[in-house]
Design a protein around this ligand. Structure first.
Ligand SMILES: Cc1ncc(COP(=O)(O)O)c(C=O)c1O
Length: 482
């Protein structure tokens, strides 16, 4: 053996010994698992004592010290203490049933078990060739969701990291399907309302469609798109030589939970040859309830739709779904050619997520959705969603009884309300009210501005939110306005 080769053999042994630490030996692995599961159990068992919001962790004295990594490893016990102190007791606690702001979700434990399994086997769910089982599982989730929406055979979709990326995917697909070229952008019109989620405006920019004409259509008294105003605007645009391109509906707006008149909007889209997209990131899984089905009649006529399992199915963050009624449009929007993919390309039994998304390597997201649905069955999901619809009505009735002004009867599980004091500035009063409740932290509420007025918002969607949590808020609101 020459010297250089000997050196290589020696180095290989040395590096292997050091690197082996990553494949944790069985006894140590069992110990680490016990520690991590112990921490997680303690977190869950003490949730009732934990605040929904901790106003700590934001000041400049609270530095990033302790977050840095170095050549030398650390003890798990110390790390878990650190996480407990510096991560899990600062800011908003999305696992708390007291989270009544934004659009909460919760993070069902069964999903964490799915994530654990997915990460341990690290199945590559991007391509049927690489993991037929993982892809079948993901496609089964897409098929179940598509049927829930009411799509007929021929649809396709993708499990994304969330609603924003799902909306972006839908916009890019719409652009490809309608053949919108860069030179035509200023002629193409997008219609939505002020209630559309900001991820749609972001998505239009990211799809290089910022130069399109964007019309924000007026709202009716329920914060839904006014169909007469939409028709009038389209008529004016066509008269001006513009091309109606994309109509975007809310199926559960973030601010007020409003569901646009989907069926009537589908008519308008069809009559004008537009792509009809429904953002049901928040509201979509209410389709599991009778009320939701009634509210979202017409959603099955959309060209694309977005639903977020990390909202309406209570999964931990990191799960959105985009569905496209005709899978061919999604395929075309993501088409590619690469020599090194030739083995994969021969497998066509099932469509592969990598063909339907910009992602190639990706998290095996199907497992975190499939495992809880299969383990629990649909009944507890449906019951949770029905309970949230009822809680919103319960709250609206009760807060009105306390003398608050309330918004319209909720379409889903968001209620807007505010207190108008006999004297003084109502906006300032409600701002202070929200601040006081947030600082107390037992429950967390958010705020918005509607028609120029500062409003308080109740958004119920955590599987851990029950009547007792809403009663804590009602009691606080009662005390603060007495
Ligand atoms: C209606 C609606 N659309 C889109 C989104 C964006 O989803 P994500 O936060 O999963 O990116 C949200 C988020 O709250 C939403 O409420």
């Amino acid at each position: 053996m020459d010297k250089e080769f000997e050196r290589i053999v020696h180095l290989l042994k040395e590096k292997e010994e050091i690197g082996q630490a990553l494949d944790i030996p069985v006894q140590l692995r069992k110990g680490l698992l016990r520690q991590v599961v112990g921490y997680a159990d303690h977190f869950l068992d003490t949730l009732d004592e934990r605040k929904a919001y901790e106003a700590s962790g934001y000041d400049s004295t609270d530095t990033d010290q302790g977050f840095e990594v170095s050549e030398i490893g650390s003890e798990m016990d110390a790390m878990l203490d650190f996480i407990g102190e510096r991560v899990d007791t600062t800011g908003l606690n999305p696992a708390s049933g007291g989270h009544l702001g934004y659009i909460p979700g919760g993070g069902i434990p069964a999903s964490a078990l799915g994530d654990y399994l997915a990460a341990i086997s690290n199945r590559y769910a991007g391509n049927f060739y690489a993991s037929p089982g993982a892809v079948r599982m993901e496609n089964a989730m897409i098929r179940w969701t598509g049927r829930l929406v009411g799509y007929k055979e021929g649809f396709g979709g993708n499990l994304t990291s969330g609603g924003s990326i799902a909306n972006l995917t839908a916009i890019l697909t719409a652009r490809t399907a309608k053949g919108v070229k860069g030179k035509d952008l200023t002629q193409n019109v997008v219609y939505l309302t002020q209630q559309a989620h900001h991820s749609l405006a972001k998505g239009l920019n990211m799809a290089c469609m910022g130069e399109c004409v964007v019309h924000r259509i007026a709202l009716d008294s329920g914060y839904r798109m006014d169909i007469a105003a939409l028709r009038k605007q389209i008529e004016a645009d066509v008269h001006d030589g513009l091309k109606p391109f994309l109509l975007i509906a809310n199926a559960g707006s973030t601010d007020t939970g409003a569901v646009d008149p989907l069926d009537a909007m589908a008519d308008v889209a069809q009559e004008n040859g537009m792509w009809f997209h429904v953002d049901a990131a928040y509201g979509g899984f209410f389709l599991l309830t009778e009320h939701g089905k009634q509210m979202m009649r017409g959603i099955e006529r959309s060209d694309s739709v977005v639903l977020d399992p990390h909202k309406g199915l209570f999964l931990p963050y990191g799960s959105g779904i985009v569905l496209v009624r005709d899978i061919n449009h999604l395929l075309r929007a993501n088409s590619y050619e690469a020599n090194y993919m030739q083995d994969a390309d021969q497998q066509t039994l099932e469509r592969s997520p990598a063909e339907l998304s910009p992602e190639l390597s990706k998290h095996f997201r199907g497992m975190r959705m499939w495992l809880p649905l299969k383990l629990h069955g649909l009944a507890p999901f449906r019951a949770n969603l029905e309970e949230k619809l009822l809680l919103a009505r319960y709250f609206r009735h009760e807060v009105h009884g306390l003398g608050f002004e309330v918004g319209p009867e909720p379409d889903l599980s968001v209620v807007v309300y505010r207190y108008v004091p006999p004297t003084g500035d109502a906006d300032a009063f409600n701002k202070e009210l929200a601040h006081t409740i947030q600082q107390d932290g037992r429950v967390f509420i958010s705020t918005t501005v509607l028609g120029g007025a500062f409003m308080l918002r109740l958004a119920v969607l955590s599987f851990r939110t029950h009547r007792k949590d809403v009663d804590v808020l009602l009691e606080q609101l009662g005390k603060l306005t007495r």
